[in-house]
Design a protein. Sequence first.
Lengths: 410, 240
Amino acid sequence: MSGVLDPTRAGEALAPELVVGVPAEPDRLAASESAQALQAALRAAYPSRPAVAVVLTGDPRGAAPPGDLLAPASPEGEPPAVYTGSHDGLEAALPTLLEVELSLGAPACALLEPMPRPADPTWMRQLLDPVLDGSFDLVAPAYARGRFDGVLVTGVVYPLTRALFGQRLRQPLGREVVVSRALAERLLADGAWRTDPSSATADLWVIAKAAAHETRIAQVYLGPRTRPPPQPADVSQAVARVLGTVFQDMALHAPRWQRVRGSRPVPTFGEEHLPGEPNPPPAAGPLVSAFELGWQDLRALWGAVLPPQTMLALQRIARDPPEAFRMPDAVWARVVYDFAVGWRVKIMDREQLLRSMTPLYLGWVASFVNEVGGLGRPETEARVERLCEAFEAEKPYLISRWRWPDRFTP
Amino acid sequence: MWERVSQVLAEAFGRLGAALAADLPALVAMVVVLAGGVALAFAVRAGLRRLLARVGLDRRAREWGLTTGRGIEPQHEPSWLVARGAFWFLVLLSVALSLDVLGAATTTAVGHSLLAFLPRLVVGAVVLLVGVGAARFLERSVLIGAVNLGIRQARPLSLAVKWFLLVLAAAMALEHVGVGGGLPTLAFGIVLGGLVLTASLALGLGARDAVSRALDRQLPAEGPHPTEDPRENPRRIQHL
């Protein structure tokens, strides 16, 4: 393994117990500065434990030559080491981190995004302790966000992954994870790194892999997110990318999730710091217009994916005025499930299929805005809980369609 | 007199017999070539059907938008159509060969011209088929993209793209087959030029204000639109 890894500077701590990695791409300087700050936080959080914060890159052409400092030395210490893994591309940070963890023999490692962190190192202990004390193999950080932040996760990814794998992980798409050594060994032994590297480096891959194999998972709330995740240029791009990843993991773990019934809470640490006053809700009108336009022009395409009863329900919804626009949870759950089946059987080009779902998704967002616009955060979470229960209740429908897609073909 | 009639008839039958004796081998060869070609066509059709089913042509055609995948009779699936096309191509080929085998000057010329025409016909059909596939795929792409961009005229736009590609493919196929000489190319050029001119005039005369507003929105120096309601801003929702 050491032949693969190429640190530009010798590690500061021999046999560290903790390795925290920051992806070098897309901003190497920010990554380097963030790693320096994380190193300081590690020293403050674990003064007696050897720990190292490194910058991770998967592109050998992008690695700084040895001795070339990425950031000027700061009072907190020297610039961090840069490790180049054996995987190419922008998404190579995770496999590189796992390689580093195994080669250095660290019992725990964490992949964190470069962003400003609280000065108090308590958050670091909250995040790493569950894995360090051996209680869990995977910890997923979660952040307190507004009601209308991450709505694609709220409306599709969270209910779907929860219904599939039975684990109530609120933010399963996070690019940050804390992984134990045992799980790192298992993940690196997976053949997907070689056979399908694009899916293996996708956001949901590790979470789905862990959830499908009875891994001990926990989630830790780290307070408000200081920097929002990068948003795609248009909604359909986000829908296609995220749902493509989720559906791919569905296909990958189909034998497993078909045996799962219901869901159970995931051990949660930290306090979910909710934003104070709710912001005024966005207008539902443009979202309803997007849905109506989709109903007008994409109805024929949807008819190839959705059964007649769902099309009938959508037809009724399309007649509602914007302020009364509601999409029933059961209908939305079936729409998502039907598109998953359509993706699986390749009823049309997959990219087109996923992008054609955008107006339906915007329709659900309009319904969500109308329903929770005047509610506080606890009531909003209760509403999301009801949505998740609907996804779980409709799971037998998904299983039937998944197993016998032709029988239900409209 | 009857002797003379008998003699003439005998001579006529003699000549007919001689002619038959001379041409019979060629006729038999023609029938053999024709029968062999038809038998080969049946075998190729059956083999192609199995091969195309194995490689999943019907599924791929559904993905590419060539078919809808709904309510299609098995004999109308693309794999059947390709197999049937190959069958008729081989039948025509065997007819051309059999005419050539017959050896008569007229039939040989017909056979030769048929043999020369068939490859062009096949390539023309392939060009048309690929064009139809590309047209339907791009029609769907444009339709979905336009709807997601909120364009009200998404359907006419996608139909325009589809028909443009269909006409282009048809013109290319006819040009390759050699039907109509340079007429398809000329007609296509005239139609395309007319469409571009019409669109330019429509944009310049009818939608000048809309273009001006669109350019204004793109200019970086411009601030937010004065009448824009911040609550209408869809960026208030973070999807990820």
